[in-house]
Design a protein around this ligand. Sequence first.
Ligand SMILES: [Zn+2]
Length: 430
Amino acid sequence: MPYYCAEQETLDRDSIEQLQRRKLDALMTIVRDSNPFYKDKFEGLSFDPMVDPVSQLPFTTRAEIQADIDAHPPYGTNRSCALSECVRLHQTSGTKSGQPLRWLDSEESWSWCTTCWRIVFRAAGVQDDDVVAFPFSFGPFIGFWMAFDAAQLLGNRVLAAGGMTTKARLRYIIDNDATVICCTPTYAMRMVEVAAEESIDLASSAVRMIIVGGEPGGNIPAVRQRIEAGWGARLFDHAGMTEAGAWGFECLESPGGIHIIESEYIAEVIDPDTNATVADGQPGELVLTTLGRSSPVIRYRTGDLVVLTRDQCDCGRCFARLEGGIQGRIDDMLFIRGNNVFPSAIEAIIRQFSEVAEFRLIADHSGGICNLCIEIETISSAKAAGLEDRIANKVRDKLLFRPDVVSVKADTLPRFDMKAKRLVHTNRSG
Ligand SMILES: [Zn+2]
């Protein structure tokens, strides 16, 4: 059964929109009544969710939420319930745009979050007898906590694999016959690398599925291929964020894209410069409204660049689908010799070279222009003669600029258990 909630997941387009309006109507009543942040924000606004398009509501930005938390520490006022009703606290990593954002959930809200993850698991074909492993630090980062609880609620045996070395995690996964792994694409590749060093044969393990998220890698073809080959397992991408929960999944039937859970979210795509809605099929920034959370976001600018389509999928869902998943973070876009370039586009090229174990992008902004240097570390057994030139040429052919590519010694580039930080800016003003 590829659905968690077949009744809602198989609705036609009109019925999805009606359902969204009803849920938005209920949400607006709640926030106007009991959520100080949105009560203030919507003061004097005339808006009827059953009639008016959601685009008439103002956007919510991360900076606004941050400012509210700063003004009302430690949690801000975006909460539709009493603090005493909140049972979960999580926070963002805070590495990109300043301080971490703290996020609270009531029990009901957490249940909504895990419902979204139950939809993700069922869409990937997770069965009752799957054993789901989480090689994850279990710190305050929200991502796989939700998944952990959701898998348990589905009746799966769950393995918490925090606080171990990568080698110990691999043994734990194999010894306990895990069949499903949830992690970042970066860490799925890191485990393949360590398995090769330790002569551990992952392809003959019981693992049949890797569900990844947190980075664009799951939908970069060369990354996907490397993970699937290394594990002998099918990869499924999913998408989520602290502020919005697990909002997207890849279905069994149509690899290479992410459905938005439109029974629980309203999705829009806008031009990030003009804020105008863009047509389906055109790139733009994803804007999300959560329809079931105690700390909701309404028209939240995610900063993710996507291309959305709304054709019915082979899986039977009419949920909107993001072609190729998340293309990249708008903030991460580099402007190099007249071209806009996402780090994910560079990674898509580098990962085609199986000799490369790890890489790092150094964006040097000296003199007001951006020059890119790619540092590469090769796997120990690789014959890598001329590899730097081959990578530089391939980047030039595909992306129309030729970066500097330099090899560094083994084990000098950082490795990551969670989201990777492979882009470094130098000499950047402002
Ligand atoms: Zn589908």
